[in-house]
Design a protein around this ligand. Structure first.
Ligand code: HEC
Length: 269
């Protein structure tokens, strides 16, 4: 669920004023400056690289992942670069090289011609393209709710669906968004496990799928769950096991009328 973010801070001896450089000059011992960094920063690890003409400060910070099936990516830029690499086989500065997920022993694949060009920053997809695609994704509108099914929403909460599919999340500008996810990982049991470890997520852990926009998926008969195994909402719910087992049981215990009301509510999302 978490990713490592590395922050590098250095000062240029040609352009940095003497007063700033004096503050970064370490004369004796690193223990005290490292201790001060730990107190103010919230970073996990620090390295100070100090030579006669250069001081660099490297900080490793754990970031919470929010993007991807297993919440393995911590920014949209990383998610976008990873999609270019893993879904389309195109390299970028962040996720290069061009041979993507071939292993070093697959020499033919590693040596195959690629579209890496110097004018694109040495990779197939330039930083500029990554920035533009990321900005486009950020600008996409949030799917709007398509109706009101208050009783169904109440059933959704009463059988425990909203414990993970949190109806609303705060946004940075003091608003909220009806995402119906907590963006957190949950162990969904062996039936849904893919055996893949990603960042700190194990095979059976998945990020709660956002249910906003679900109505449109259903309208188009789109398959559900991470591998598209569920043909409809009922199947998707019945696959919930592990931490989701209680809610799935709550669903099977509903009478026919209540089940239909719940499904009608899910179509409004
Ligand atoms: C313990 C947390 C948890 C609870 C409780 C829970 N869910 Fe989920 N739900 C998830 C996770 C995680 C996924 C993604 C699983 C996957 O893709 O394999 C998911 C996926 C889904 C999906 C598929 C969405 C898609 O776009 O593919 C639907 C529909 C859904 N849940 C509905 C419900 C309903 C209805 C309830 C209550 C009966 C419920 N869930 C309770 C965690 C939970």
């Amino acid at each position: 669920m978490a990713g490592e973010k590395i922050i590098l801070l250095g000062v240029n001896h040609k352009s940095t004023p003497v007063e700033v450089r004096e503050k970064m000059a370490l004369t004796a011992g690193y223990e005290e400056p490292l201790q001060r960094l730990r107190e103010i920063n919230g970073c996990k690890e620090y390295y100070i690289l100090s030579t006669c003409n250069r001081v660099e400060l490297l900080m490793g910070r754990e970031e919470i992942g929010r993007f991807g099936w297993k919440a393995g990516q911590w920014t949209l830029k990383v998610q976008t670069s990873k999609a270019f690499r893993m879904d389309m086989g195109l390299s970028s500065k962040l996720m290069g090289p061009a041979w993507g997920d071939c292993t070093p022993v697959q020499t033919k694949c590693v040596e195959a011609p690629s579209g890496e060009r110097a004018w694109k920053g040495g990779r197939e997809i330039s930083e500029d393209v990554i920035a533009k695609v990321t900005a486009h994704v950020v600008s996409l509108p949030v799917p709007q709710k398509r109706g009101n099914e208050a009783e169904g929403e109440q059933i959704f909460a009463s059988i425990g669906c909203s414990a993970c599919h949190t109806p609303s999340l705060p946004t940075p500008n003091d608003g909220d968004v009806g995402a119906y996810t907590d963006l957190l990982l949950h162990d969904m049991g062996d039936g849904l496990a893919d055996g893949m470890v990603e960042a700190s997520a194990i095979g059976s852990e998945w990020r709660t799928a956002p249910l906003m926009g679900l109505g449109r998926l259903l309208e188009k008969n789109m398959p559900l769950l991470h591998d598209g195994r569920a043909r409809n909402v009922t199947e998707a719910i019945l696959w919930h096991d592990g931490e989701g087992a209680g809610a799935a049981l709550g669903f099977t215990n509903l009478n026919n009328a209540k089940r239909k009301t719940l499904l009608r509510f899910l179509e409004t999302l």
